[in-house]
Each structure stands twice: as structure tokens, then as C-alpha cells.
Ligand binder design. Structure first.
Ligand SMILES: [Zn+2]
Length: 420
């Protein structure tokens, strides 16, 4: 069976950007960050292309949770060289639960019961297209096929419902989500009688589908079933936990949010502070710039978030942060922000026309490279501007400008976001 975990895999490398993530970094990552690593490692593995590798032997690794402590750790995938000094033993079947094993397996009587209950309730719902409810039949998409527990056309949308009773593994969860996405069918993970527990104690299988549904979880229970029958509508109980304990409500599927990509949800998590701040900054900004009273107020809030007594609104003002923010936002938004320029090439050329902003050139080069318009960097006028500007000393990640950029645009500087 599974060898005991004897050694620690100390460092992994994320191939996408070659950043090194130590086992300590991994433990410090917050729940959202961990889930991102977990999913990207799984998705890459499903596609036969590793995302994270051992820093020693270069073999693919993944990041399961240690069952007792629930702390994530790096582990080699099956087949890693035993000669690696960080060899962690051969993983057991948790790693490579094959789809065939699942499709061929006998399901539990509860799974069977819930599946038919869902089919019955869906069929009785007038929003369901008559005759469209199908249990356990294959859906084909290109070369691959899946057999959803229940599928139907509901409210004009093709849907698939998969019952999750604490058993489905992340490789299968991710593979199904990708399959139905390609097939343009909306997937709903549904569990039975979910009992809210502290997030730290949430079963990993539930945590995975919780993230799938934009941090919502859907469940059926006796009460929901009888109310469904009374109302003649398919109902689910939606749970969400956005940092302040669990909430729940009974809802129809039609009342959910159905994003064009990704799975439906009942209640969206509040946007993170940096997104909200950016929205307020944008709202206060016109082609003439960001006017002072509003700018001062926003700067005071930003300064507080930087958590550094030596920084206040006037420090940020003196560092020309308003111009930097508007320049970055122009590229993030895809159109000039806080300036009367006609296009992004003019934005960057005007921005770098001022000597006091030369030190922001490195930050701006990164921004332009990752916001989808890197060809702007090849324009002769822009090349000349950057070439002159980068002769000066550049603001690094610890400068005021660098810290503001990382705080407000973590997605543009992903490597640092991981261990924030
Ligand atoms: Zn290794």
C-alpha cells in the first residue's frame, strides 16, 4: 500500500513562470491560493502536461492535503525517481483514480436514490423541457464522453447534475467541468444533506465543488424535497460562506446566476478590496484625470492598506502614483483612463515623456506585456521611450510605486501574489 511519508519535498517550481514555491510557502498560501494551485496542477496533469515540478529531480508534483493536519504539502506524482533525495514514496490510488474505475463502479444506494429523486423533481418542474430528463446516459463531445447522473433542458439551457457524496476526486471534478464547458452544458454539483462545518474542517471533496460554484455549495435534504414537491418546482438549498460563517437559502435553479463560463451560483462572494478600490478610482476619474478631493480620499485609504506609517496621501501624491495608476488602468481596461489620449500607444508615450516617470518604465513594460497588447512594445516610438527611460534607476517591488502596483494589480504580477 501507500508508503509512509518520510521525507519532505522542500521546493517545487511552477513551470508557467519558473517561480519557486517552498513547502513553507505552500502552507502559508490562503485557501483561495491553495485551491488555485490544486486546480492548475490537476488540470495540467489531466492534459498530460505538468504545471509544478520537483526542484530537485524535475518530476511532476502535486499538492494534496495531509489528512491529519489538513496542511498542503508537495508530493511527487507516481513514478518519480526513487533516487531523488526528496522522494516521498509512491502515492496510492488517491492520485490516479481512473475514470474507468468510477464509471464501472457500483454506486452507493444513496447515490442511486438521490439521482432518481433529482430526475423526478426536475421532470415535474414546468421550466424543464418535457421529455428532456435523462438519467445515466452518455453525452458525447468529440472523442470523449461522460455520463452525467442526470441531464435535462432546464429553462432553455442544457444542464448536467452530478451528485457528489464526498467521494469524487479533484482530477475527475476538473475533467468533468472541462468536458461540460466544451459541450456548452451547465454543470451543477449537488450533495445530500450538507451540514455546514467550519471552513477548516470542510471535506476536501466539498471544498473542491464549493470553489467550482464560485464559493457556493448546493445540497438537497428532506425539507427541500418536500417543498419541491409542494411547489412543483425543482429546488436546491444553496450554501455560501464568504468569511463570516455559513448562510443558506432554498432557491430554484432559475434564480441562480448563470455565468457564460464557469458554474452557476446563488450569491457571489464580495469582490476583494483591490477590485473595489479600482472600481471607485475609475468612477472618480475622467479624461482630465482624477480630481483632488476624490484622489486625496482614495490615497488616504490606499496608504492605510500599505500598512506603513511613513506613507500617507501626500507621500503617494508626491510619488506621482495617480499618473501611474491611470497608466496601468488604461492597459487593464484596454482604453485610455484619466487622459485625453486616443489610444494606448499615445498613453504610454505621453506617460514616459516626463522624466520623473522614467523610473516606472519597468513596471509599465510588465503591465503592457501581460495585458494582451505586447505588440505596442515593438513600435519604434515606444521602443525609443523605454530605451531612454530604463537608463534611469527603476522603481522596484519595495518602492512606493512597486508596492501600490502589487497591492492593486496582483494578477499582473502573479508570482508575488502567491505568497502575499
Ligand atoms: Zn524530486
Amino acid at each position: 500500500m501507500t508508503a509512509r511519508l518520510q521525507r519532505t519535498l522542500k521546493r517545487a517550481v511552477r513551470l508557467q513562470d519558473m517561480s519557486v514555491i517552498s513547502s513553507d510557502d505552500l502552507i502559508r498560501v490562503d485557501a483561495d491560493g491553495y485551491q488555485e494551485i490544486r486546480r492548475s496542477a490537476t488540470r495540467a496533469r489531466n492534459e498530460g502536461q505538468p504545471a509544478f515540478v520537483c526542484d530537485h529531480c524535475g518530476f511532476a508534483v502535486y499538492a494534496p492535503r495531509e489528512p491529519k493536519t489538513r496542511l498542503p504539502f508537495w508530493r511527487h506524482h507516481k513514478g518519480a525517481p526513487r533516487s531523488c533525495p526528496w522522494w516521498t514514496g509512491e502515492p496510492g490510488s488517491t492520485d490516479d483514480v481512473s475514470a474507468s474505475q468510477f464509471q464501472g463502479a457500483q454506486e452507493s444506494p444513496l447515490h442511486l436514490r438521490v439521482k432518481h429523486l433529482v430526475a423526478e423533481l426536475l421532470a415535474a418542474d414546468p421550466r424543464t423541457e418535457p421529455g428532456s430528463v435523462v438519467v445515466d446516459e452518455y453525452v458525447m463531445c468529440g472523442e470523449s464522453r461522460r455520463r452525467p447522473d442526470v441531464r435535462a433542458i432546464y429553462d432553455g439551457k442544457p444542464i448536467a447534475i452530478e451528485i457528489q457524496l464526498a467521494t469524487t476526486q479533484i482530477p475527475i471534478i476538473v475533467a468533468r467541468e472541462d468536458f461540460y464547458q466544451r459541450e456548452e452544458r451547465h454543470l451543477i454539483w449537488l450533495t445530500w444533506n450538507f451540514v455546514p462545518v467550519e471552513r477548516a474542517h470542510l471535506l476536501t471533496a466539498f471544498e473542491d465543488i464549493f470553489y467550482s460554484h464560485n464559493k457556493n455549495l448546493f445540497s438537497l435534504d428532506d425539507e427541500v424535497v418536500s417543498e419541491s414537491r409542494e411547489r412543483g418546482a425543482f429546488l436546491v438549498r444553496a450554501f455560501w460562506e464568504h468569511g463570516s460563517g455559513w448562510n443558506s437559502k432554498i432557491t430554484t435553479l432559475a434564480d441562480l446566476e448563470w455565468p457564460s463560463s464557469g458554474l452557476p451560483y446563488a450569491v457571489a462572494p464580495p469582490p476583494p478590496w483591490h477590485r473595489e478600490f479600482r472600481a471607485r478610482w475609475l468612477a472618480a476619474t475622467t479624461a482630465q484625470g482624477t480630481p483632488w478631493p476624490a484622489r486625496k480620499e482614495l490615497f488616504s485609504e490606499l496608504a492605510k492598506k500599505l500598512d506603513d506609517d511613513s506613507i500617507d496621501a501626500s507621500t503617494l501624491e508626491e510619488s506621482d502614483i495617480a499618473a501611474l495608476l491611470n497608466a496601468i488602468l488604461s492597459f487593464v481596461e484596454g482604453n485610455p483612463v484619466g487622459s485625453a489620449q486616443r489610444n494606448l500607444t499615445e498613453v504610454i508615450n505621453t506617460f514616459l515623456a516626463s522624466e520623473r516617470r522614467f523610473r516606472f518604465a519597468r513596471i509599465m513594460r510588465k503591465v503592457i506585456a501581460v495585458t494582451g497588447v505586447p505588440e505596442i512594445l515593438d513600435k519604434p516610438s515606444v521602443v525609443a521611450k523605454f530605451s531612454r527611460a530604463t537608463e534611469d534607476a527603476q522603481s522596484g517591488p519595495d518602492s512606493h510605486a512597486g508596492r501600490v502596483a502589487l497591492l492593486l494589480f496582483p494578477e499582473l504580477f502573479e508570482k508575488r501574489q502567491l505568497t502575499r
